[in-house]
Design a protein around this ligand. Structure first.
Ligand SMILES: [Ca+2]
Ligand SMILES: [Ca+2]
Length: 377
């Protein structure tokens, strides 16, 4: 547990309870795959053309599995009129208020150094977008997305307000037109500034995926922010145990204010220095849901609204009794059904469903044939 939480947004509570580095076992990839049906979902989408802002501790921008997943700000790339590369000419070429912000911005130190001195951000980035690199079977949920790196916390930076930094990071994501914001952090107090900027993200139809928190508490009673602002463009995510349909005892929950669950125990992903390792928490579960939302978005050129994507993911979860009264959807995110199930209110033939309560999902789920080509693993 990390104890740097002097202000009100604290990733230390959200994960990093255990980090160790070793080779992934085939069972790791298989377990996550079978839980979320990832490789089958990649037959439909891989996240192309989707831009995800990762508000976190930065990223190892040189990690072999991540370096090709970075967003490149078009206004800060190429050559300036003097022939100098815009990415390092010390000029704010796109006049967005940030100098040489080619892959994102460091709001902790107010510069463009995105180095991850913690590990949390690199781990989250890998779960969303890592490319498969031999000898590892591991890859991110949406390996073709682009990541906008918005660093709000640095353990080696001078004291600053996490909350001010993360709020500024969300403002940047809005200004630079991210599709989804992954927010694997939070705190137990509301912030007017933060709520205002998240409402602004709502108006611009950006989906925010936020961790429910790792205190084992009922968010319906206590609240955990930004997850608990209760906006229709914000998905609040709880974390499941491995090999069981129960939440981690550390995961916050809430039948009204926590929307969905995803695996989050001992997940394998990227770490700084080109390494790999495991972390546990609602942070990790949040990254998986972000990835699934990106897959859905990349499959639909008409750009469905953030609220629509939220409803879609929640309406096709794998329901289980252990999650009744724990989350609003009572289930675990499922990448395959999220992509292959028609929206609520329609059958495969287009006939309206009149009672969602009595809906038989099998009636309107388009399932791939047994012989559907799957990605080789
Ligand atoms: Ca700029
Ligand atoms: Ca520049």
């Amino acid at each position: 547990m990390i104890s740097h939480c002097k202000t009100t947004r604290c990733l230390g509570l959200l994960c990093g309870l255990l980090v160790h580095v070793h080779f992934i076992q085939p069972a790791d990839a298989d377990a996550l795959d079978s839980r979320m049906h990832l490789s089958q979902s990649h037959s439909f989408a891989k996240g192309d053309h989707v831009l995800i802002a990762v508000v976190d501790t930065g990223i190892d921008v040189n990690h072999p599995a991540l370096k090709d997943a970075l967003w490149v700000n078009p206004g800060e790339s190429g050559r300036d009129p003097n022939g100098a590369p815009k990415e390092k000419n010390q000029i704010d070429d796109d006049s967005n208020g940030f100098i040489d912000d080619v892959n994102g911005w460091n709001f902790a130190s107010n510069n463009n150094d995105l180095s991850d001195h913690h590990g949390h951000g690199t781990h989250i980035a890998g779960l969303i977008a890592a490319k498969r690199m031999a000898p590892y079977a591991f890859q991110g949920v949406a390996p073709n997305v682009k990541l906008m790196v918005l660093k709000y916390y640095d353990p080696v930076a001078a004291h600053h307000s996490n909350l001010e930094s993360s709020t500024a990071a969300i403002q940047y994501a809005i200004k630079m037109h991210a599709d989804i914001i992954n927010f694997s952090s939070g705190g137990d107090s509301k912030s007017n500034d933060e709520e205002m900027v998240i409402r602004e993200a709502s108006r611009t139809d950006i989906l925010i995926v936020a961790a429910a928190g790792n205190s084992g508490l009922n968010n319906d009673r206590h609240g955990f922010y930004p997850a608990s602002y209760g906006l229709e463009n914000l998905i609040s995510v709880a974390s499941l145990r491995n090999g069981a349909d129960r939440l981690l005892t550390s995961s916050n929950f809430g039948p009204k204010t926590v929307d969905i669950a995803a695996p989050g125990e001992d997940l394998f992903s990227t770490l700084p220095g080109g390494r790999y390792g495991r972390m546990t928490g609602t942070s990790q579960a949040t990254a998986l849901v972000t990835g699934v939302a990106a897959l859905y978005l990349s499959m639909h050129a008409e750009h469905p609204s953030a609220a629509f994507i939220k409803r879609q993911l929640m309406s096709v979860v794998d329901i289980n009794d252990q999650l009744l009264n724990k989350t609003q959807s009572s289930g675990c995110v499922n990448a395959l059904t999220s992509l292959t199930t028609l929206p609520e209110g329609q059958t495969a033939s287009g006939a309206p469903i009149f009672s969602l309560q009595r809906l038989n999902r099998d009636l309107f789920t388009v399932r791939p044939a047994e012989s559907a080509p799957l990605l080789k693993r």
